[in-house]
Every structure is written in structure tokens, then in C-alpha cells.
Design a protein around this ligand. Sequence first.
Ligand SMILES: [Zn+2]
Length: 455
Amino acid sequence: MPSLTFLGAARTVTGSKHLLNIDGRRILFDCGLFQGLKELRQRNWSQLSVPPGSIDAVVLTHAHIDHSGWLPRLIAQGFKGPVHCTAGTADICKLVLPDAAHIQEEDAKFANKRGYSKHHPALPLYTKEDAAEALSRLTPKPFRQKFSIAPGIDAEFINAGHLLGSAYVHVTGVGGAGILFGGDLGRYGRPVLPDPSPGVEADVLLVESTYGNRIHPVDDDGEALAQIVTDTYQRRGKLIIPAFAIGRVEELLYWLFRLEDQNRVPVMPIYVDSPMAIKGIAYYQSHAKDLDPGIEFVGRHVQRFTATSSAQESKDLVQNDDPAIIIASSGMATGGRVVHHLFAGLGDSRNTVLFVGFQAAGTRGRVMIEGARYVKMYGQDVPVKARIAKINGMSSHADAGEIIKWMRTFPRAPKVTYLVHGEPPAQEALKTRIEKELSWTVEIPAHGQTVDLPL
Ligand SMILES: [Zn+2]
């Protein structure tokens, strides 16, 4: 009987790793990094419960680091097989995996300098060479085309609408109607990303539950953003938007260009100050057929923003005092070029800092939206005089209503649905709702648990 072992994203939102065991074969679905609290991050250093060399193949649902970022470590520890993913995922991995390796190397360097590591010398979780090796293992596949992942076992990627290349994976040849590994699930009616594809017949379903107890705000057709842009322009200030380099930037540009086209905002120079984000935009354009037509609208207007590539251009932009919109990473202001913009601009009451994504506990972004009067940067307390704003509607994860809406598109109920990638309160709320509204059988697996699949 096939079984599934939950090695990550079980009762938490990071570290996605689901191991399918069938007829002596092992296939790992997603290979994500644990992030956030220290006790979770420490799991990145633990041995996997099976030797990496005994895993036959890896299948990635998408390139977000909590789904792909442990791959270089798996390979460094002896995994020898192929990594199946979509072409879009392969492209985004080219950006995020080397970047993650760079951060690991910097962290180790910093620990050695400060001498706070238990290990001497502190070593990175993985290196740029490990990341390069991981990229060489990627074998991109088109959507909706079956491919073999082991003798007699096939898989097919179906567009999930959550990020460029994001997919759920339908695995057949394992018995019954197979397994649908939902990675992260996108949203309905958004620009740039397509709606999640309808469900397919499957006996086992894995689905995320990040927002299992939440409903996103009603779409305001860009009105909140329009007001913030207008207000900043009237004060002759800069609008600084910390943004995750991949995914969010495309949607922000879509709304800014659309508001300009509709004469709902004054036209200000727009800068994308992130080499990774600029490459990401190019990848989004090159995969336009897998996305919402909104990406073509962004493509037609690309000449309207200035791509700031070199460090010198970025420094010049920091010094420039003219009204402008500046989009730079990181999204929670924990690092990256946006920190330079904030260091120079936070003390000026003409400016606005706009957060468009979730701000985790302990980040500068969280400190700012909670109303701190000073923020620590480069060892200094920088006074917060700029206006701090937040827009909540730009998540790329389905909310509870959208998850249920997606489940209603299945031809029939799976025999069992496992909720993964969520915190327990969200999971419990979603489980109750699915049981009540759909009468499906729902389980919430624990970290490390193995279940026999009804196939
Ligand atoms: Zn994701």
C-alpha cells in the first residue's frame, strides 16, 4: 500500500516536503526551507528521516523558497535523481536558489565574525555551488502533459495560479484515481496570475490552508493604492514600496499603470530597484501564455518604469529628492536595497512607506506597521516621520472562501484530503468548514507522520 510521510509544512507554513513511498520507491514532492521561528529553522539542519540518496526523484510545485529552498541541501547530502518542475518554476529557481545560497553564506560569515555559532567555523546550510548543482538537475515540463516519475507512475502539472510556473501535481499509476498534490493555491479574478485551474478526479488530495480562517478584503479596484499615490505626490514625497522580488512587483506595476491610464493618479517616475525583480519581470513576460492577460498589459507599459540595475544607480536614486515611486526588496524590509531607501527617507514627513504583503513578527516591516517611532538600521535609531501605509489585498494565496470554491470544481470528493501548509487555528477552521459545506473527509497530519493512502 502506498504511504505518505509529511516531512514539512505540517501544522506550519514553511518547509514543504511530502514523501511518497510506493513499491520500494521514494518520490519527494517539494523540498522547501523552514523559515521563521528558530525552532523551525533548526529543522533545516536535521537529517531527513530517509537517506537523500534513497530518493528516486523530486517534484516541485513551485519556486517559492519554502517549497524549493532545501533542494541544494538535499543534493549536497547525496540525492542523485532528477527534479521535475514546470518551465516557469525552473526559471524562477534560477533567481531564488543562488540568492538563498548567498544568504546562507553571508549568515555563516556573520556568525563567524561575531563568534555566536556553536560550530567553529560556522558553515553555510549550502553554498552557491550546491545551488548551481540543484539548477542543473531541473528537468522542465509543460503544463498538462503527462511524464514518468518512476516506472509505471506518471505525473502532470496543472496551473495553480499562485506564482509564475506554480502547479498542482496529479500523480497517477499509484492506484485508484491517484493523488493531487496541491502546492500553494492562487486566487480568482486577479491580474497577472490566472485563476486556479479546476480540480481533477483524485482519491487523495493535499491542499494548503495558510488563510483557512481568513477572507481577503473585497477588491477595491486599486482605490486604496490610488489614494496613497495621490497623497504622496501632493506632499512632493517619495513612495517607497518594500516588495518581494518575484510575483508581487508584477501586480504592483499592473495597478500603477492601470491607475495612470485611467487618470486616477498623477504620473510620477516609477523605479524598480532590484536586479532580481527586473529579471523576474522578464521571465513573467516570456511565459505570458501561462498567465493572465494582465501581464501583457504590464509588458506594453514596461517603458514607463526605470529599472535600476547597478549599485551606483541605486545609490543615486537614494540621494535623489524628487517625487517618485520606488519598488525595492525585501518585502519585510529585513534586507536588500529597500533598507537604504528607508534609512534615507523614513525621517522625511513628505514620504510614504507602503507595505503590500504579510509582515512577520520580528521584522522591520512589522515594527513599522505597528507604529514604532524609531526603527533600527545600521546600528542607528532612525525616526519614523514618513507616513506608514498598508494594503492587504495583494496576497497570492487563496483565502478560505476561495479554497472552498476551488474544491467545488472537483468532479467528486477525494477519499481523503490532507490539509498542509497552515498554522493549526487556520487548519482547524478550514477542516470544520470543508466538513460542514462539502462533507469531505479531512485530516491534519503532524510533522513526521506517515499515513497509508486509500489507493
Ligand atoms: Zn508559494
